[in-house]
Design a protein around this ligand. Structure first.
Ligand SMILES: Cc1ncc(COP(=O)(O)O)c(C=O)c1O
Length: 388
């Protein structure tokens, strides 16, 4: 391996959310931080070099998104997922959560129904509710250890006045990389009922073979025209602090509507370091780095699985994607406060409580394994100590 992903990175003093908000989140500042979805892994050296080169110029003024930036995105989408993206379809958003809010504002009216699939990344709820829209929750079904979509229920809900569907593909926190049948079925139901699709594909690069990421918009021309796709290098390359994401909107009218919303919200001009990082990341070098990162994450998952065999009442939902593992503690039959007490007070672990992602997450915890293998093993040893 050319890169060492198990190197200890001390983030103390960098105002990192994952470290600095532990007291507020867990009531103690020393839990092993395995919550917020960023990586305790160094940014790739070629990205740091590009940022440093840019910082060597003494002016950091307003900056356009140049040809290289747009072409890097189109190249990455085609190279990784075989989706041919025209650079004219690409626009900007200062982060995907901001993009979700802009999309809700641009494509729906106050009071309109917006469907999300729960449990899901919690800002999906706020993007809908804080903008005064009605939230429709399509519960994912856990069947034989795998989350599935109840397509009959989905169609019933979609046909009952929903205006917008926000898809999480791949899905955080349940780790599914939705397959072609699932994506096509949902997309066709949306087309049949005139429902626009917003696809958050931020986790699309972190996929474990044999699973693969299919951009929902890539399935057909018709679906492409009905979809707003959000993506960014922030999860894959650990640059979330640069607050730079992009939207791909092939339909001209929708693109204009979205851009108008950016203007109205005054959020169009962006972050030059984010552009620099993206252009350095979406390259053949970035792809090689990503392959090695995936090997490291797979190896961390193996350690988790091996060590879970010694903790019979805690189950791992098979991760198809993301570095966020979805652990099922329900067999322990502990109340939420008792489970928290074991994890936080006794084990000193800082995980995300499942119920944050929706009622379906009760009894689950999300564990971020994008860190050194030593930390993963330490976390598993602590789990073993309190649960066996
Ligand atoms: C599904 C999903 N969307 C969006 C985000 C955040 O994106 P951003 O930092 O670009 O707002 C996350 C971060 O965890 C996520 O998991």
């Amino acid at each position: 391996m050319a890169y060492n992903f198990s190197k200890t990175v001390d983030r103390t003093g960098t105002a990192s959310v994952k470290l600095e908000q532990r007291m507020e989140m867990f009531g103690r500042a020393d839990v092993l931080p395995m919550w917020v979805a960023d990586m305790d892994i160094e940014v790739a050296p070629f990205i740091m070099d590009a940022l440093t080169r840019r910082l060597n110029h003494p002016v950091l003024g307003y900056t356009i998104r140049n040809k290289q930036y747009h072409e890097s995105i189109a190249w990455w989408q085609n190279q990784r997922f075989g989706w041919k993206v025209n650079t004219d379809w690409i626009t900007y958003t200062p982060g995907i959560v901001a993009g979700l809010c802009h999309a809700v504002q641009a494509f729906t009216q106050p009071g309109d129904k917006v469907l999300i699939q729960t449990p899901v990344y919690h800002p999906f709820y706020t993007a809908v509710r804080q903008n005064g829209r009605e939230l429709v929750a399509n519960s994912l079904q856990l069947v034989d250890g795998k989350y599935r979509i109840d397509l009959d229920e989905f169609e019933k809900q979609i046909s009952n006045g929903v205006k917008l569907f926000i898809l999480c593909n791949p899905h955080n926190p349940v780790g599914r990389a939705w397959d072609l049948h699932e994506l096509q079925s949902m997309a066709e139901i949306c087309l049949a009922h005139g429902v626009t699709i917003v696809a958050d594909e931020i986790h699309s690069d972190i996929i474990y073979q044999p699973y693969k990421h299919i951009p929902i918009a890539s399935i057909s021309e018709e679906i492409q025209r009905n979809t707003i796709t959000f993506n960014s290098p922030s999860k894959t390359f650990n640059v979330a602090g640069l607050a730079t994401a992009y939207a791909i909107i092939p339909d001209k009218v929708k693109l204009e509507q979205f851009n108008k919303q950016l203007e109205e919200n005054g959020t169009w001009h962006g972050n030059l370091m984010g552009y620099t990082a993206l252009s350095a990341a979406y390259t053949p070098q970035g792809e090689l780095w990503l392959q090695e990162l995936l090997d490291h994450l797979r190896s961390n998952i193996k350690h988790v699985k091996r060590m879970l065999t010694g903790i019979p009442n805690v189950k791992l939902i098979e991760p198809e994607s993301t570095y966020l593992l979805w652990l099922d503690f329900r067999e322990l039959k502990l109340s939420p406060s008792k489970l928290n007490d074991k994890l936080i007070a006794q084990a000193g672990l800082g995980l995300n409580e499942g119920k944050v992602f929706g009622v379906e997450g009760l009894g689950f915890q999300r564990m971020n394994i994008a860190c050194s293998t030593d930390v993963v093993v330490e976390a598993m040893n602590r789990l073993k100590q309190v649960f066996t």
